[in-house]
Write a protein that binds this ligand. Structure first.
Ligand code: BGC
Ligand code: BGC
Length: 833
């Protein structure tokens, strides 16, 4: 190896990290150009433990041996659902990720840990192969370990961040980070896409649960602890190993500051708010040595962050002295004007070092290579990116024999990790109401346990749990977990009492008390965005259950599962005690630890949780944050009762303050009903196509039978009235249109599936699916939304999301039409020319 003097090495490093910086900004002196930050206004920080002379020398030496092609490949990350280990021979990418819906190789999302280990090994082996003209560089494997190693069956699932915020316990956050790192490394990944350092300001945002708090102070105090937990001590020289992983502070910046809480939207706020509220977690995370930062999909003042050089290069790498690498979000670069999934010089030039290009990595590689050759992306910019990536790989210990760590036994779901998770559950519970001191429950009582969330670990875990959306899970998918009911039953039985589980709340013998566990069902990202904060607007099923119990004279304890505070005044009124339990994860026993006392009534643990998000007084209080001028919460930031309190919550007003109705852009027809604003329309209205209500798949009146008589062309169309919907994010996330159907009589002519957007109808060919379907059998079809894009549709302005039509004869019964997030089995349909 070439020997460089210490100062030459440092100079090279400085050149790479700083000088490439902030050229060509168009910010004027007054700084009032929209979306252009003024770095000198931001807090200063500096990465610890990343730039070290010896390590930089190794990087320099390695880069000297790399071809331009190899360098570019280092800057690209593909998803294991769309790349094979063999692909790495021709395209030696720097990184792979497992997206939330991407299973390990040759397996599915609920595969055993070994499948993940085999996957990591298969990719790593190819990246390390000795081939002529190739510098072996280990691949870095990233995964969304955002509440434990949550993609892997058997892992400990910690409470989501919304619950952790309520603990106010930074030291606990550190221990959770340590356990998460160990479980993540044990199944072969090197890199956790967390912590999420968002400071959500509008609780309608579908990702509010990923944030610790609406308060920058809480985020600031947790950020370095999670980084230290995942990565180890920044200042320690040498590299990470023994069950530590790289962290990723995300999503830079103001992902939680978008207008109306729209996911991937625009934070139309002053720079001051960006700094004061939304950047709080970053300086301490950088000081703690965070190795990567992920850019937010969102924009600031109309400028997409992925293309914002003033923020990424000026603020993050310049002012905040960040010396690790910046990773883009899932095709986030494609949203920069002028870019596509496969081409985005602007993101590189803005300072993104590695682009997350799940399925688009190959095209991106080719275009980036051409852009560097043509000078559109300066060679120095690519060198800076590669230097940062290799620096992290060395620091992470990827080149060292003591790594990898995977395959270590008894780490996944280890008892000591589960104990930490259980402690976190206990500490995250916030007692909102305890009239008449119904809680704690005497251990020798007769306890009825009810509600959909009582015996459902999946519901308690929320999104990012085995699957991206956290849907489709059974308790058996959490072999090391315990449902809230199971925890209650164990505690009550230990103390000599009795429990009975009846999800719908019916009982034979009158119980002394009922614990009802209910709340939001799992969602992730844009799928969780709301229009108002009203819980179960228009369909107050859980309220009905609470009221039934109350009118039977049973004291009611509500345990509310949610990713954010919601307006639940009617449910609060119908409960004697009300516990905000957030999304506690797989250690449901933590709930019983606090709720169930011994036979004499002495509690084992008191409540200590304090609200980290203000609780709304009306469903319209969507932006409600401590410190704001007109701050009038129902329960303020910091509120939380304990057993010493003799506090009575009086009856609350039950007018929600908003017009009913959810933001329904993805459910058109379910359980026999079209959901507002959607309706069916037949075109033409009569003569060719008839529709009747029928029973479907064993459910009364759940289906619609459509009969085309062949005397002309006609369609069933889903119409929604006034406004258009934007399905671009859903398309990027690879959602599909799901139809449950039964062919009763085969088509005699081509059948079309269409959508209308921006005044234009895009038509796909559905004929062969219906032709080949066995008559009289229910089937599910998932058509990737991307098919419509391929056929030329503009997904931004959809007027009619679904139409089915034919000119021939056909008898078809349908009972579901909605969007679906699980890509398993989804297909693309060809366009009709
Ligand atoms: C999310 C990120 C996540 C990434 C990889 C994106 O859609 O915004 O938070 O880390 O996907 O799954
Ligand atoms: C998510 C990925 C997920 C994908 C679904 C993305 O937006 O963040 O992790 O797997 O959509 O296809």
């Amino acid at each position: 190896m070439q020997i460089l003097s210490r100062s030459a090495v440092l100079l090279a490093a400085m050149h790479a990290t700083i000088v490439v910086g902030f050229i060509g900004s168009t910010a004027n002196a007054a700084g009032n150009e929209r979306g252009i930050a003024q770095p000198q206004r931001w807090p200063q920080a500096h990465s610890q433990g990343l730039v070290e002379p010896q390590r930089e020398a190794r990087v320099t030496e390695m880069m000297a041996r790399m071809s331009l092609e190899e360098k570019i490949a280092q800057t690209i990350q593909g998803d294991i659902g769309s790349i094979t280990p063999e692909d790495l021979r021709s395209y030696p990418l720097g990184s792979i990720l497992a997206g939330g819906s991407s299973p390990p190789l040759n397996s599915d999302e609920r595969a055993p840990a070994q499948a993940w280990i085999d996957t990591a090994r298969a990719f790593r082996a190819v990246s390390l192969e000795a081939r002529p003209g190739h510098v072996p560089i280990p691949i870095m494997f990233g995964i969304d370990s955002v509440h434990g190693n949550n993609n892997v069956v058997g892992a400990t699932l910690f409470p989501h961040n919304v619950g952790l915020g309520a603990t106010r316990d930074p030291q606990l956050i550190f221990r959770i980070g340590r356990a998460t790192a160990a479980e993540t490394a044990a199944t072969g990944a090197d890199w956790a896409f967390g912590p999420t350092l968002t400071t959500p300001q509008d609780d309608r945002w579908g990702r509010a649960f990923e944030g610790y708090s609406e308060s920058p102070d809480v985020v600031r105090s947790f950020a370095p602890q999670m980084v230290r937990g995942l990565q180890g001590e920044a200042a320690s020289s040498g590299s990470l190993q023994n069950g530590l992983v790289a962290a990723s502070a995300k999503h830079f910046v103001a992902d939680g500051g978008t207008t109306q809480g729209i996911d991937q939207g625009d934070a139309d706020i002053a720079e001051d708010a960006l700094i004061r509220i939304h950047s709080a977690g970053y300086p301490p995370a950088i000081e703690a040595g965070v190795m990567t930062v992920m850019v937010s999909y969102s924009s600031w003042q109309g400028v997409k962050n992925h293309g914002n050089r003033s923020l990424i290069t000026g603020v993050l790498k310049g002012r905040m002295g960040f010396e690790g690498f910046v990773v883009g979000d899932w095709n986030g670069h494609a949203q920069v004007p002028g870019c596509t999934e496969e081409s985005c010089a602007a993101a590189y030039n803005a300072g993104v070092d590695m682009l997350m290009a799940p399925a688009s990595w190959k095209g991106l590689y080719k275009n980036t290579l051409a852009q560097v050759k043509s000078g559109e992306i300066p060679q120095a910019r690519i060198d800076d990116a590669v230097r940062r990536i290799l620096r992290v790989k060395f620091k992470l210990g990827l080149f060292e024999a003591a790594r990898p760590w995977e395959g270590k036994k008894n780490v996944l779901g280890a008892p000591e990790h589960r104990a930490i998770a259980r402690e976190a559950v206990r500490k995250s519970l916030v007692l909102l109401k305890n009239n008449g001191n119904v809680l704690p429950i005497k251990g020798n009582a007769r306890v009825l346990v009810a509600g959909s969330g009582a015996d459902d670990i999946g519901q308690a875990s929320g999104g990012w749990s085995l699957s991206w959306q956290g849907t489709g899970n059974k308790n058996s998918d959490f072999p090391n977990g315990e449902s809230i009911y199971a925890g209650l039953a164990a505690a009550v039985e230990r103390a000599g009492g009795k429990t009975e589980l009846q999800v719908d709340g019916h009982f034979k013998t009158k119980p002394d008390v009922a614990v009802v566990v209910f709340g939001e069902t799992p969602y992730a990202e844009m799928q969780g965005d709301l229009r108002t904060l009203e819980y179960q607007a228009g369909d107050k099923r859980d309220l009905a259950l609470l009221q039934r119990l109350k009118s039977a004279g049973v004291p009611v304890v509500s345990v509310f599962l949610s990713g954010r505070p919601l307006w639940v005044n009617p449910e609060l009124n119908a409960s004697d005690a009300f516990v905000a339990a957030w999304l506690p994860g797989s250690e449901g026993g933590g709930v019983a630890d606090v709720l169930i006392a011994d036979a004499s009534g002495k509690a084992k643990y008191d409540f200590t949780g304090k609200l980290a998000y203000s609780w709304p007084r009306s469903a319209a209080q969507t932006v409600l944050n401590v410190g704001q001028s007109d701050y009038q919460p129902l329960f303020a930031f910091g509120y939380g009762l304990n057993y010493g309190d003799r506090n009575t919550v009086a009856k609350l007003p039950e007018a929600s303050g908003v017009a009913a109705g959810d933001w329904n852009i993805d459910k058109y027809f379910v359980r026999g009903r079209t959901l507002p604003p959607w309706q069916f329309s037949l075109r033409p209205q009569s003569g060719v196509l008839a529709m009747q209500i029928v029973d479907a798949a064993g459910v009364q009146e759940a289906g619609r039978q459509l009969v085309w008589n062949g005397s002309g062309t006609a369609s069933l169309v889903v119409v929604g009235g006034a406004s258009t919907i934007d399905l671009r994010r859903q398309t990027n996330a690879d959602l599909s249109l799901l139809m449950n159907y039964r062919v009763d009589e085969k088509p005699t002519a081509p059948v079309h599936l269409a959508l209308k957007s921006a005044g234009h109808v895009t038509t796909l060919d559905l004929t062969s699916q219906l032709q080949s379907a066995p008559v009289g059998e229910w089937r599910t079809l998932k058509v990737k939304l991307a098919s419509f894009v391929d056929a030329g549709a503009d997904m931004a302005k959809i007027e009619e999301p679904v139409a089915i039509g034919t000119g021939g004869k056909l008898r078809l019964t349908i009972n579901v039409l909605r969007l679906e997030s699980d890509p398993q089995g989804a297909i693309k349909l060809p366009a009709v020319k």
